[in-house]
Design a protein around this ligand. Structure first.
Ligand SMILES: Cc1cc2nc3c(=O)[nH]c(=O)nc-3n(C[C@H](O)[C@H](O)[C@H](O)COP(=O)(O)OP(=O)(O)OC[C@H]3O[C@@H](n4cnc5c(N)ncnc54)[C@H](O)[C@@H]3O)c2cc1C
Length: 212
């Protein structure tokens, strides 16, 4: 049995009627059963057991909350499928099984619009500003102009660095010449900006590659 939801039990049952194997998924609403054991084991195995088990445990114990929170902004991930490295159906998808990315982004943008959050496009953060030991905003560039954005808090969400080959090779020299399927913005800017403020990096050399 594999479950990934707070308010539903997802039971995967393999039956063998008349010699053929069929898989059924039964959703039992309003029970509170979460079995993260399979997810934890899959994730540790996918990371060749180099992962920090406590961090993996934290993720396993909290991802159901993320699915529940997404519901509050209209994202209903009621479908289940299997992706790479998963030994049970536990990838949440829209009901019709379609790709989750565009569906998620559309609702997230709508949620920001409804709350009157201003989005500044084509604007590159270049430096985190610190004053008296506290972060007070960021410097950014837009159309060649420097912008100063003051803020009570700055959330770093600039993604990974797969599209920055210089940075990739800094951590794993043998990856010289490797191409990436990442988007062009995956340049590690947030990591570089945080490092400039003295942040420590953890497991930064753990880069996932696929044979094509
Ligand atoms: C080919 C491929 C397939 C994948 N498939 C799946 C999948 O099926 N399921 C899954 O769960 N995950 C999948 N992933 C992984 C997933 O896409 C990433 O883990 C996820 O997008 C990371 O989210 P993020 O918000 O941290 O970063 P990102 O999605 O990379 O977002 C970071 C954003 O910050 C912007 N940015 C960067 N630097 C700056 C700057 N200086 N100033 C302002 N903005 C900046 C970037 O342009 C980008 O828009 C896939 C990844 C790839 C490459």
């Amino acid at each position: 049995m594999e479950t990934v939801h707070e308010s539903h039990v997802y039971a995967c049952i393999n039956q063998n009627p008349c010699g053929s194997t069929k898989e059924y998924i039964i959703r039992i609403p309003y029970l509170n059963y979460v079995s993260g054991g399979v997810v934890h084991a899959d994730t540790m195995a996918g990371g060749y057991e180099k992962n920090d088990p406590d961090l993996v445990r934290y993720m396993v114990d909290h991802f159901a909350e993320a699915i529940e929170w997404l519901k509050t902004i209209g994202v209903n991930l009621t479908g289940l499928s299997t992706s790479g490295g998963q030994s049970a159906k536990r990838t949440h998808t829209p009901e019709d099984g379609s790709a989750v990315g565009g569906y998620l982004v559309e609702h997230l943008v709508n949620a920001l619009d409804e709350r009157g959050v201003e989005i500044t496009y084509n604007t590159k953060a270049v430096e985190i500003i610190m004053e008296d030991g506290a972060v007070t905003g960021v410097k950014a560039e837009s159309d060649g102009e420097e912008i100063l954005l003051n803020a009570k808090a700055v959330v770093l969400a600039t993604g990974g660095f797969g599209a920055n080959s210089e940075m990739v090779c800094k951590y794993i020299e043998e990856l010289e010449g490797y191409v990436t399927t990442n988007h062009t913005g995956a340049t590690g800017d947030g990591i570089i900006m945080a490092e400039a403020l003295g942040a420590d990096l953890v497991d930064i050399e753990q880069i996932q590659i696929h044979k094509i």
